[in-house]
Design a protein around this ligand. Structure first.
Ligand code: NAG
Length: 189
């Protein structure tokens, strides 16, 4: 009996670990996407939007689902060399998994895939001044991610017509660090 319950216990633990590493590509559970994130890769078909001083050179920090199916996204951004925090409320749309928000134009966000405890890949389409720009984001629960996930991200970018050279590795460039969160006046390099 003891052995049986031990086995059962192990199976449950295993099932839990398995579930944690499952790649989800639809019917996302937003409550599992909530929490703290780091922006690992940022890509676009219009580089000036994500380069220094670009409107989309923003670093996701936290996702909080709201009661009405909207989500509150907290970001860091460098303004005049200083780290500032700001939020965007993204609203649910009828289209499965698509959210929208007004930020530097009108945006539609779609989560492409996620392992909730590890990473999220998100596709953003921005409409501004009759111009359409796409952005692809890779967020990680840790400050960096393994090569397998990064390669997967590159493949997805390619599928969307964003070439590899348009992917910025934000783990290597100066960015708003977690210090900025604790010391809002801390000047980020
Ligand atoms: C959901 O609630 C937030 C915060 O109260 C609000 O900003 C947002 O507009 C709401 N979304 C919708 C679709 O009503």
């Amino acid at each position: 009996m003891k052995l049986l319950s031990l086995c059962l216990g192990l199976t449950l633990v295993w099932a839990h670990v398995e579930g944690h590493h499952e790649v989800v590509t639809s019917n996302f559970d937003l409550s599992k996407i909530s929490g703290y994130w780091y922006t690992i890769f940022l890509a676009s078909d219009e580089m000036e939007r994500i380069e220094e001083n670009g409107g989309f050179r923003i670093f996701l920090k936290h996702i909080q689902p709201l009661d009405n199916s909207s989500m509150l996204l907290k970001y860091h951004k460098k303004v005049n060399g200083q780290c500032t925090e700001f939020s965007i409320v993204v609203d649910y749309t009828e289209q499965d998994g698509v959210h929208s928000a007004i930020y530097d134009g009108y945006n539609r966000y779609r989560i492409i895939e996620s392992v909730y405890g590890e990473y999220v890949i998100c596709h953003t389409v921005n409409f501004k001044n009759e111009k359409i720009t796409q952005m692809m984001e890779l967020f990680g629960r840790e400050r960096d991610l393994n090569q397998k996930i990064k390669t997967r991200f590159e493949e997805i970018c390619q599928e969307y017509g964003i070439p590899k050279e348009n992917i910025l590795d934000l783990t290597k460039v100066g960015k708003c660090s977690s210090l900025c969160f604790f010391l809002p006046k801390f000047s980020c390099y």
